[in-house]
Design a protein around this ligand. Structure first.
Ligand code: KG4
Ligand code: ZN
Length: 335
């Protein structure tokens, strides 16, 4: 079954064709990240306008790269939640128009379910149940994936998302947006033990909190300034990355140990973080659990992951009609 998927919930306009939820046939991404970087973060209005300008060409290229016409596609899948609503609506409306004109079924896909499904593209034998940390710019969840379309949230952030913390710390340190890649790069030249950053206390065994960590970085920067000094950017980047990766890995591995999960998995933009991947890999091996990591090109926002999850949503009978609306927020375990 061939699914044409669309993703437009943040600053990537993406379309992709995936066969049977597993085999990538094409993957096209246009991004406004360079323009957004001028403002130090995503300006929703700019994201929506860029989606509107490019989605049609992106769709054409996804079909052309796959060597297919729209008639040969079996269903159209689209991210309908959660995300920047003006941005989400561009994808939803385009997908609706395309599905309607081509007479194809329309499959609504939850963005975070899509991030998890990115792993299906790289690991053909991966199947639920498995435990997954989904960490992106807007969300940080520890989720038991009980079935293809059934999820149990074990823990979540009580304040900032992990990616958001990277972005804010980057801004504080004068590093470019997006913060994850720029902090990681700076961290390569730094000492991860140079600054003693706090381990936040948080209610709930698998919950995480990052706002205290971010404030600690801001305070170090201000204190240094008051002494007429500057914070050592590489050392601070390394110390921050080490702390946040330790927190995420520890919580995920605690959940893995308690639930007896046989497979532990990462998803979302932050899953590209090398130190996090390493810690989860080492820790899961000690537990005797299999580790599944998404390919780097599928960590950030893309439409292949939406087309992959779209296949399982379709099989589950999760179809939309032309009244489909976008939603800025929606729990991953919605029914
Ligand atoms: O999943 P994603 O592409 O978009 C959302 O759904 O939000 O995640 C974007 C987030 C950004 O906050 C970015 O700074 C972070 O993922 N990120 C990283 C890395 N690459 C991207 N965080 C840590 N380390 C990275 N290498
Ligand atoms: Zn995302």
């Amino acid at each position: 079954m061939l699914i044409l998927g669309f993703e437009s919930s943040c600053d990537e306009t993406a379309a992709a064709v995936v066969e049977d939820g597993r085999t990538l046939r094409s993957n096209v991404i246009a991004t406004s990240v360079a323009e957004q970087a001028l403002y130090g973060g995503v300006v929703p209005e700019i994201a929506s306008r860029r989606h509107a300008e490019s989605i049609s060409q992106v769709a054409d290229k996804a079909l052309a790269d796959a060597g297919l016409t729209i008639e040969q596609i079996d269903a159209v899948a689209v991210t309908f939640a959660p995300g920047l609503i003006g941005a989400v609506l561009v994808g939803v409306n385009f997908a609706k128009g395309l599905a309607y004109s081509a007479g194809k079924p329309l499959v609504p896909v939850h963005h975070l379910r899509g991030h998890i499904a990115a792993n299906y593209l790289t690991h053909p034998d991966l199947r639920p149940p498995f435990l997954c940390l989904v960490a992106s710019g807007g969300h940080s969840h520890i989720v038991m994936v009980e079935d293809w379309c059934r999820y149990r949230v074990l823990g979540r952030t009580v304040d900032d998302a992990a990616g958001e913390a990277f972005d804010k710390v980057a801004r504080t340190l004068g590093l470019p947006y997006p913060g994850g890649p720029s902090v990681s790069k700076a961290a390569r030249e730094g000492d991860p033990h140079a600054y003693k950053l706090p381990v936040p206390h948080v209610e709930g065994k698998y919950n995480v909190s990052f706002s205290g960590l971010k404030t600690a970085v801001v305070n170090e920067v201000h204190n240094a300034e008051q002494r007429g000094q500057a914070v050592r950017v590489n050392d601070m980047a390394a110390s921050f990355q080490e702390r946040i990766a330790q927190i995420l890995a520890k919580k995920l591995l605690a959940a893995a140990a308690d639930t007896g999960a046989k497979t532990v998995c990462l998803a979302g933009g932050v899953a590209a973080n090398g130190r996090l991947r390493q810690l989860v890999n080492d820790g899961a091996q000690k537990l005797g659990a299999r580790v599944v990591l998404p390919e780097l090109k599928f960590c950030g926002d893309n439409a292949a992951m939406i087309a992959a999850q779209g296949y399982y949503e379709y099989r589950d009978g999760n179809l939309a009609d032309l009244r489909l609306n976008g939603l800025p927020t929606l729990e991953i375990d919605y029914r």
